[in-house]
Design a protein around this ligand. Structure first.
Ligand SMILES: [Zn+2]
Length: 144
C-alpha cells in the first residue's frame, strides 16, 4: 500500500513537472514573439494621433508581457518547490493547499487567505504606481 502511494506521488510529480515545463516553454515562446512585435523607436516624425495609438498598443503589450513574465516566475518557483519537496504548501503560512486549488492553479504558492492578503497589498502598490505614471505623462505634455 505504501509502495503504491509513493509511486502515485512520483507519477503526480512527473505529470506536474511536464505540465509546468510545457506551460513554461509556451509562455517563453509567446513572450519572444510579443517582444518582436513591439514597435521599435524609428525616429520618424509622426502625428500625435498615430503616436498615441502606438503608445496604447505598446502599453497593452507591455502589460501582457509583464503578466506572462509573472506567470513564468510562478511556474519556476513551483518547479523549485517540486524539487525540494515543499510543493503544495503555502509559502507564507506553510498550510497544505487544498487539492482543488492546486488542480485549478498548479503553480499556486499561497493558500486562499494569504493570496487575498497579498493581492490587497499588490493592488495598493499598483494604484500608487499608476498614479505616478499618469502624473508623469501629464507633465510630459507640452503646454500650448
Ligand atoms: Zn497561507
Amino acid at each position: 500500500m505504501r509502495k503504491n502511494q509513493s509511486r502515485l506521488k512520483d507519477e503526480r510529480y512527473i505529470l506536474l513537472k511536464s505540465m509546468l515545463e510545457e506551460r513554461r516553454s509556451d509562455i517563453t515562446e509567446k513572450l519572444r514573439s510579443l517582444r518582436e512585435s513591439l514597435p521599435t523607436e524609428s525616429g520618424e516624425v509622426r502625428d500625435a494621433e498615430e503616436q498615441s495609438v502606438d503608445d496604447f498598443v505598446q502599453d497593452v503589450d507591455l502589460t501582457l508581457m509583464q503578466m506572462k513574465a509573472e506567470t513564468l516566475r510562478k511556474i519556476d518557483e513551483a518547479l523549485q518547490r517540486l524539487e525540494n519537496g515543499t510543493y503544495g504548501l503555502c509559502t507564507e503560512c506553510r498550510k497544505e493547499l487544498p487539492a482543488a486549488r492546486l488542480r485549478a492553479l498548479p503553480f499556486a504558492a499561497l493558500c486562499r487567505d494569504c493570496q487575498a492578503f497579498q493581492e490587497e497589498r499588490e493592488t495598493e502598490s499598483r494604484d500608487t504606481h499608476d498614479l505616478e505614471n499618469r502624473l508623469g505623462r501629464l507633465a510630459a505634455i507640452p503646454a500650448r
